[in-house]
Design a protein around this ligand. Sequence first.
Ligand code: NAG
Ligand code: NAG
Length: 223
Amino acid sequence: MKGFGIVFIGLVLQSFLAFSFDPSPLQDFCVAINDARSPVFLNGKFCKDPKYAVANDFLFQGLNIAGNTDNPNGSNVTLVNVDKLPGLNTLGVSLARIDYAPYGLNPPHTHPRATEILVVVEGSLLVGFVTSNPDNKFFSKVLYKGDVFVFPVGLIHFQFNVGRTPALAFAGLGSQNPGVITIANAVFGSKPLIPVDVLEKAFQLDADIVAYLQRRFGEPSNY
Ligand SMILES: *[C@@H]1O[C@H](CO)[C@@H](O)[C@H](O)[C@H]1NC(C)=O
Ligand SMILES: *[C@@H]1O[C@H](CO)[C@@H](O)[C@H](O)[C@H]1NC(C)=O
């Protein structure tokens, strides 16, 4: 009987966990529009009246085009979220194309609202994620063409092109709006900046190193 109780509580908890992500849609679809007069407001977007929905509401074109990787990271993420594909509204998924220059990096970041499943289409990538405290265990792998890897929701992860040729990956994300927190930018480039003494203590760094990092990641107006 006791065992049954534990299983029951487990099931209840599990169903709560299942609802801690994008909610289940209450209708077939809810094509997002930016019309404040629409009577239905759901999940941050207004819904188009379904009888006016057309095939193009469910279409995004151009994911065959590489993003420009000529930037300090040497990578470029083209995200197809609800802002680019209105038909995604309430459906709990989105898609990204990620291009990597040789030795390009998609720097350590997290998606607060989504698990990510990534498939390598060209090249080879060193990928990894780190679990939460206290273990902070690092799971890492070198992926080749056709390999698929999953980054659990909320955990810090990255992809690094370890090849001498460009790499290409696509990723599915379990939210229409996964969100991104790029660690270095959030910590050292917040607006306004986090006080130097906080970062000095948190990262066990000298103040001048913190100031240097804030100059690298902060906006010019911040220093
Ligand atoms: C990514 O590529 C697009 C398309 O080439 C470009 O407009 C954008 O500025 C690039 N982003 C970065 C961060 O380089
Ligand atoms: C690197 O990429 C991240 C995520 O796209 C972006 O936020 C950051 O500004 C880039 N860093 C540099 C130095 O370009």
